[in-house]
Design a binder for this molecule. Structure first.
Ligand SMILES: Cc1cc2nc3c(=O)[nH]c(=O)nc-3n(C[C@H](O)[C@H](O)[C@H](O)COP(=O)(O)OP(=O)(O)OC[C@H]3O[C@@H](n4cnc5c(N)ncnc54)[C@H](O)[C@@H]3O)c2cc1C
Length: 342
């Protein structure tokens, strides 16, 4: 069976059971589950493509490795969906670019190693029994590219990453929810405090319900209905480094548990990130600027946040100096601020 394209619609529908505002991963996932619930939904996206804003900049990584049972349970359900996506979505053979190469958090101090052991014990108690804690020696046996200063690591083999644009398209292809592009939502009509229609640049859609899936612009769109949704928007950057033969292609997402710097393979390329702790929140941005200094923070072995700290082959990559890099940036939307989130 061939896989259908998304259902792009040129005309606005006059009515819908549900109007989904925004065609990123959240809007597409909402459309998928709305269609499964039998609702006639429509997605309204102001850009000329789906997955074209924050979603395009994501690393696509997922992990069950959380420090609380609620998020763990939520993500495990998501991972189950990713693992059987073609079958569940009715898109046999659809390729999400899923790679389950694991998540490896690496400690270089006894205090962090002790915290890791304690967390792994709690994760086991919450039912996530496939997380392992490894001492430095066992970690280097399994992952020989780790630095001799590594004293502990926690690892879950079933974590990994996927291509988030392919997932967005998968949701849209499976649901066949109409997607209207190049159309901004500009307001709501409310009757007795309840929504009666969504206003767009091209007219109104009569509806009893709307989902605001506008990423960093959620507060802006919610304000059209008189709602205050306080969000803290923080820039996050990602480096794509091309052609890195020094990097083992089967490596897990590898994270320095002391600094938050992390990397993962993407074919023969690499994604590298560092969660900067001191980024000031700002207004929602259409184009999020990048900064070259970020590359030096993550890659220069002289930086205290360098990925070479825990995986020394990055020093060779830096000294070789011939891999090209591309920087991407987007905004994380926090309804609370937790700088330890990756
Ligand atoms: C560098 C970086 C790395 C990341 N890595 C990961 C990761 O590894 N794993 C992970 O889970 N998450 C990751 N994230 C977070 C992830 O990217 C976001 O949580 C996710 O993409 C948000 O999707 P969204 O659909 O809510 O928003 P968006 O993708 O921003 O989509 C919102 C859409 O709404 C549209 N819109 C806005 N206003 C209007 C309007 N008025 N009318 C119509 N349309 C409108 C926009 O054009 C846009 O297409 C990362 C983020 C960044 C920046």
């Amino acid at each position: 069976m061939s896989i259908p394209p998304p259902n792009y619609a040129s005309a606005l529908p006059a009515t819908a059971d549900l109007v989904i505002i925004g065609g990123g991963i959240v809007g597409a996932a909402t459309a998928f589950f709305a269609a499964r619930a039998g609702l006639h939904a429509v997605i309204i996206e102001r850009r000329p493509l789906v997955a074209g804003h924050t979603t395009m900049n994501a690393t696509g990584a997922f992990r069950a490795h959380f420090d609380n049972p609620e998020e763990m349970a939520l993500v495990r359900e998501g991972i189950g969906l990713f693992e059987h996506f073609g079958e569940i979505a009715g898109l046999a053979g659809y390729d999400l670019g899923l790679r389950q190469q694991g998540y490896l958090w690496v400690a270089t101090t006894p205090a962090t190693a002790a915290r890791q052991r304690e967390l792994v014990a709690r994760q086991h108690a919450w039912g996530l029994t496939d997380v392992e804690w490894l001492d430095g020696e066992r970690a280097r046996e399994r992952f020989p590219y780790l630095d001799p200063t590594v004293v502990g690591a926690r690892f879950r083999a079933g974590d990994g990453w996927l291509d988030v644009r392919k997932l967005t398209h998968g949701y849209l292809r499976a649901s066949q929810v109409p997607v209207v592009l190049n159309t901004a939502v500009t307001g709501f009509d409310l009757t007795g405090g309840c929504i009666s229609s969504v206003q767009t640049e091209r007219g109104r859609i009569s509806t009893p319900a709307a989902v605001i899936a506008t990423g960093p612009f959620a507060s802006v769109v919610a304000a059209f209905a008189g709602l205050a949704v306080p969000l803290s928007l923080v820039r996050r950057q990602r480096i794509l480094l091309q052609d890195v033969p020094e990097m083992p292609g089967d490596a897990p997402m590898t994270i320095d548990d002391e600094t938050g710097a992390h990397w993962r393979p993407a074919g023969s390329d690499a994604h590298l990130l560092w969660t900067q702790p001191d980024v000031a929140p700002g207004p929602p941005l259409e184009d999020v600027p990048t900064s070259q200094a970020y590359v030096y923070d993550v890659l220069d072995p002289a930086s205290p946040h360098s990925v070479a700290r825990i995986t020394p082959f990055w020093r060779t990559v830096w000294e070789r100096g011939t891999s090209h890099w591309y920087l991407r940036a987007g905004q994380y939307s926090y309804s609370y601020r937790n700088s330890s989130v990756l």
